[in-house]
Design a protein around this ligand. Structure first.
Ligand SMILES: [Zn+2]
Length: 123
């Protein structure tokens, strides 16, 4: 008696030799490609999601383009301070961290200055 085997990629019943794992070459390469890329792709997706959430939080708190807010109001909304897209350092050595077009400058332990890219380049 021979056990039925199913393709690891498309779950179709495999006909023929019982040691086969895939119904054909197409399914084999497809499966291997997805396996190797899955972790990297998930990592990229998660970073992108974090960056977008950061940007949305900055945008929601910064309607005027430039405003001071408590640092807590960012972290309360789930802001992740580890992630940003770029850093802008001014001549005064102030480091603005940007998530796309929305940036912030840490003023002290409790307060941050939010600024949009537009206003940043205008000054
Ligand atoms: Zn298949």
């Amino acid at each position: 008696m021979r056990a039925e085997k199913f393709c690891l990629n498309c779950r179709e019943l495999i006909k023929g030799r019982s040691d086969k794992k895939f119904c054909g070459d197409h399914c084999r390469s497809n499966y291997n490609y997805n396996q190797t890329g899955a972790d990297d792709l998930n990592f990229v997706r998660n970073v992108n999601r974090t960056l977008r959430r950061n940007r949305n939080i900055l945008k929601a708190l910064n309607k005027k383009g430039r405003t001071k807010v408590p640092k807590k109001s960012l972290s309360d909304r789930g802001f992740n301070f580890c992630y940003h897209t770029n850093i802008l350092e001014t001549a005064q050595r102030n480091r603005y961290y940007f998530c796309y077009e929305m940036g912030y400058l840490t003023l002290d332990d409790h307060e941050v200055l939010l600024i949009s890219r537009e206003l940043m380049s205008a000054k």
